[in-house]
Design a protein around this ligand. Structure first.
Ligand SMILES: [Zn+2]
Length: 330
């Protein structure tokens, strides 16, 4: 199934917004989708709903859901990432007292086919490749939701596999939000984009901020004459001009996660085919031949091209609209 192309070019709206600036980003959304945002805010005064964000790894699920929550009403919406939840559980396991509390919670609440010992060992000894049992994930989600209280939920990372998709259909019943509306938010993204995002990703060794040499550079860029490569300098004043580095393995791009991306694709297809649950479709890219009619120039992600200027001993920066081949090779 094709994701439809949505026109964001508005006749008579000629202002160019700088989308990296948070204030202008807000103004941008208000001027392009003002009435829809107003309706959503109105709805959220008395109601809550549940949105499942589904997209391939690194498709920007977290970014989209955080941006939307921030825009519509951060006090009404909770961005809930399963990945973050598991990382917090890892921290609890490393702390003697917190580990006891976690085990005691699971003793009271967990039900499933593995016994508690196996569950704890699954938590402690898993690799990034193994999935935790769905019954455990659901029990942990339940614990978090009790802490959050009744809010609109943007779920990021659930459902994660075919088994979990079945649970997601009844999730609102499971957590007691029986009359909540729920929707799938499906994100379409060419794998070439994910590939470039990984390959050019740069991380600050001090504050761990993640940027992208080609797509989202910092304000300071320098050139390493020996290695003949450009590099980013962290913008965080605390980091005192530290050079950002790439993570080991990132140079392979999507190669090591191919199997995972295929599974994610199947999951999106499955979600797409389900009846009775509404879907929101988000496209991350627009075919180059029609982009002029649909999208304003400033809405296209630029690609930054650097050149070393011998004369000035500085890096010259050029911006161009970013183009990639899509999954079919066009
Ligand atoms: Zn830093």
């Amino acid at each position: 199934m094709e994701f439809p192309i949505f026109k964001t070019k508005v006749k008579g709206l000629d202002k160019k917004f700088n989308l990296i600036n948070l204030e202008e980003q807000k103004e941008y959304f208000e001027s392009k989708a003002g009435p829809e945002i107003k309706k959503l805010r109105e709805f959220l005064k008395e109601n809550t709903f549940i949105a499942y964000f589904l997209g391939k790894k690194n498709s920007g699920k977290g970014t989209y859901s955080k941006m939307l929550a921030q825009l519509i009403g951060p006090e009404k919406i909770k961005h809930f990432s399963i990945g973050d939840m598991i990382r917090e559980v890892d921290e609890e396991l490393a702390d003697e007292q917190k580990k006891k509390e976690l085990i005691s919670f699971l003793e009271k609440n967990y039900r499933g086919s593995l016994n508690l010992k196996e569950i704890i060992s699954a938590l402690e000894n898993r690799s990034t490749k193994t999935l935790l049992p769905t019954e455990l994930i659901l029990t942990l989600i339940k614990r978090e939701i009790e802490k959050i209280g009744r809010k609109t939920l943007f779920l990021d990372g659930f459902p994660r596999d075919m088994g979990q998709i079945d649970f997601s259909l009844f999730f609102r019943d499971l957590i007691g939000y029986r009359n909540d509306r729920d929707i799938f938010v499906l994100i379409d993204i060419p794998e070439a984009i994910i590939d470039e995002r990984i390959k050019w990703r740069r991380i600050c060794p001090a504050c761990k901020t993640s940027r992208n040499l080609k797509l989202l550079p910092t304000s300071k860029i320098d050139y390493d004459k020996d290695k003949k490569e450009f590099y980013l300098i962290c913008d965080n004043p605390d980091c005192k001009n530290v050079r950002m580095v790439s993570k080991e393995g990132d140079e392979f791009g999507i190669e090591p996660i191919k199997a995972r991306l295929k599974k994610d694709e199947e999951l999106i297809q499955k979600a797409m085919s389900l009846y009775g649950i509404p879907k929101v479709l988000i496209r991350n890219s627009v075919p180059a031949d029609i982009v002029q009619d649909y999208i304003d120039d400033y809405e296209i992600t630029p690609e930054y091209i650097f050149e070393w200027n011998e004369k000035s001993q500085k890096v010259d920066i050029k911006e161009e609209p970013w183009m990639v081949l899509d999954d079919k090779g066009y």
